[in-house]
Design a protein around this ligand. Structure first.
Ligand SMILES: Cc1ncc(C[n+]2csc(CCOP(=O)(O)OP(=O)(O)O)c2C)c(N)n1
Ligand SMILES: [Mg+2]
Length: 626
């Protein structure tokens, strides 16, 4: 085969355009486009290549490099990791802006390809604008920051290195066990250098996404453990959804009667009203799931990393004899809590287990208890949806109104603040892709950028972004991208003049909401929860801000006004922002759960000492699962 003379950047872009994945006989392109913000570190290299091959790989503009990585990660999540986007940045600040996005993608196990520009490989004009000089290390650049937050990291120092770097990038991005951010640091001189690339490099490539199965003997041991358990429960994580295992899970639990608690990434594994659904489990869990978890003698984790929110900091499972069986495509997760490790694809493994368990069912009493808990929980949701709190509503009522306005296939997107915990408990999910809360990194500022990624992944669904005022202030500029690309979002901006979440956490550690209010300084203080006459709330008008970006903006002071605005929003084509004030002090209760946040061991402040005493008591329930 012949060769073709291209720059390193042209070669990489042409390669990306030719990559595909295939699972269950369905094939699709792996890279749906490339986000980028240009500077001297990529305009003449990757930028030129994207222009030259704009028919093969669509270029998207973003406002902020961190945000574009969030958009790519959200896109990949909605596509069950079978497709994603690439992101190109200049050198220096453009590159390091992507580090947070990389961490988010890697922690959530979502594939994104990052192409930060890098300083000259030749080093001739050093130090170039924005170059970090390290007296002790000639090879170091700011892009070394990506190493711990990438699943594969490489620096392309010669044009021919594009070939092994690109192939390794694809291996990792398409591996369901390994995937995360992949960073190919791309020196600005090398991007523009030419090489005779083999034609073969650019042929269409289809990366098969397999459905591996654990050994038969391990499956049989797992089946025996399930048969022997009196009170088994399933913890459904994101792996259930990425593997498209929700139907397999449903039939597994319908035949066995085993109830299901869901993690944040796993919410939607069962519809909320399925009789085997206990809803959210763990620190932000329902009383239904948490009661069952406390007594469970066998926990079957499916596609879960068991974060501290899922295990309530290892207090959720209190049965002294509790054992774990973990179905996970990643060996690392399958072995957690000394579980029987079923390393395999969630769907294939559940199907294989179901066969081995044919005819097996949990006891009738246990099944009925769980069905009853499901109904009781839904009554609690209804209560919290209809608090009629005045003069401004509670956040749970806002969730209720948005849930009622959303169609069954529509998607709710969120990431940080008090909203994720409340959504985890209260959102009635009806579709496996209907719930998109980024809670691996819980990154303020993800919400709008992430919502954009979801909308790009599936324009047929309405996307409801629920965002707090704190998160909105951190990063809302992708509203502009959503308008530029005609990707309509319905953004519900929940305003409580600061951090309700951290405010309440602050009170629980004895700190009176210190540093969590958006208020004028008065008497030396920025506002405390107990203060009788704090400084006034800052005169920030977030609705006007959104209007300035070009969004269609509505304000709602009551739930009926919110319902009206949501109804109007459905018929609009442009991104909508609905600004709603809520009462920061009316939260959704915890239901027998704990989250380990250490309280100061010594303090001059009496409330801190009291909080520490309580903390020491609560922490006694933490255990090892060995
Ligand atoms: C980038 C980032 N910085 C800090 C935090 C810690 N944090 C979590 S929630 C929160 C406050 C969020 O405020 P807002 O969006 O208004 O939501 P609310 O707590 O009021 O519901 C903070 C500071 C975080 N999760 N992400
Ligand atoms: Mg807030």
């Amino acid at each position: 085969m012949g060769t073709v003379r291209l720059t390193a950047a042209q070669a990489l872009v042409r390669f990306l355009a030719a990559q595909h994945t295939e699972r269950d006989g369905v094939e699709r392109r792996f890279f749906s486009g490339c986000f980028g913000i240009f500077g001297h570190g990529n305009v003449a290299g990757v930028g030129q290549a994207l222009q030259q091959y704009s028919e093969e790989l669509t270029y998207y503009q973003a406002r902020n490099e961190q945000a574009m990585v969030h958009t790519a990660a959200a896109y990949a999540r909605h596509k069950n990791r079978l497709s994603t986007m690439a992101c190109t940045s200049s050198i220096g600040p453009g590159a390091t802006n992507m580090v947070t996005g990389a961490a988010l993608a890697t922690i959530n196990r979502l594939p994104v390809l990052l192409l930060p520009g890098d300083v000259f490989a030749s080093r001739r004009p050093d130090p170039v604008l924005q170059q970090l000089e390290a007296p002790h290390d000639g090879k170091l650049s700011v892009n070394d920051c990506f190493r711990p937050v990438s699943r594969y990291w490489d620096r392309i120092e010669r044009p021919e290195q594009v070939i092994p770097a690109a192939m390794n990038a694809m291996r990792v991005l398409t591996s369901q066990a390994e995937t995360g951010a992949v960073t190919l640091a791309f020196p600005q001189d090398v991007q523009a250098e030419a090489y005779d690339y083999p034609e073969e490099f650019f042929r269409k490539r289809v990366w098969r996404i397999p459905r591996p199965l654990p050994e038969r003997e391990l499956l049989e041991r797992a089946a025996a453990m399930i048969r022997g358990a009196q009170r088994p429960m399933i913890v459904a994580g994101g792996g259930v959804i990425y593997s498209e295992a929700t139907e397999a899970l449903r039939s597994f639990v319908e035949s066995t009667g085993i109830p299901v608690g869901e993690t944040q990434a796993g919410k939607g594994s069962l519809p909320y009203d399925h009789p085997c659904s206990l809803g959210a489990v763990g620190a932000t869990g329902t009383f239904a799931a948490n009661r069952v978890a406390a007594e469970a003698d066998l926990v079957i984790g499916v596609g879960t990393r068991y974060t501290d929110f899922t295990t309530a900091s290892k207090t959720a499972f209190q049965n002294p004899d509790v054992r774990f069986v973990n179905i996970n495509v990643a060996d690392f997760d399958a072995h957690k809590h000394a579980g029987l490790a079923l390393v395999g694809d969630a769907r294939a493994t559940l199907e294989a287990l179901a066969e081995l368990l044919a005819g097996h069912e949990v006891g009738r009493e246990y099944r009925e208890q769980n069905e009853r808990l499901n109904r009781e929980w839904d009554r609690e949701v209804e209560r919290l949806y209809t608090l009629h709190h005045e003069p401004v509503p509670a956040q749970s009522e806002v969730i209720g109104a948005v849930n009622a306005a959303a169609g069954p296939r529509d998607v709710v997107v969120c990431a940080a603040g008090s909203m994720p915990g409340e959504l985890h408990k209260l959102w009635r999910t009806r579709d496996p892709k209907g719930y998109h809360v980024e809670y691996g990194y819980s990154c303020m500022g993800y919400e709008i950028a992430g919502g954009l990624g979801v909308k790009m992944a599936d324009p047929s669904r309405e996307v409801y972004v629920l965002v707090g005022d704190g998160s909105y202030l951190m990063m809302s500029s992708e509203i502009i991208t959503s308008i530029q690309e005609g990707c309509k979002l319905t953004i519900v901006l929940v305003d409580n003049a600061g951090f309700a979440s951290i405010g309440s956490l602050s009170r629980s550690v004895g700190s009176d909401g210190f540093g969590t209010h958006y208020r004028y300084r008065k008497g030396g203080s920025l506002g405390l929860d107990s203060e009788k006459a704090p400084g006034a709330v800052l005169p920030v008008d977030l609705a006007k801000n959104a209007e300035g970006y070009g969004a269609h903006v509505m304000s709602a002071r009551t739930i009926p006004e919110l319902e009206e605005a949501l109804a109007e929003a459905r018929s609009l084509e442009r991104t909508v922002v609905i600004h709603v004030p809520v009462d920061r002090y009316v939260g959704v209760p915890d239901y027998g759960s704990f989250w380990d946040v250490p309280v100061a061991e010594v303090s001059e402040m009496e409330p801190v000492r009291t909080a520490r005493e309580q903390y020491d008591k609560n922490r006694r329930a933490e255990r090892w699962y060995l």
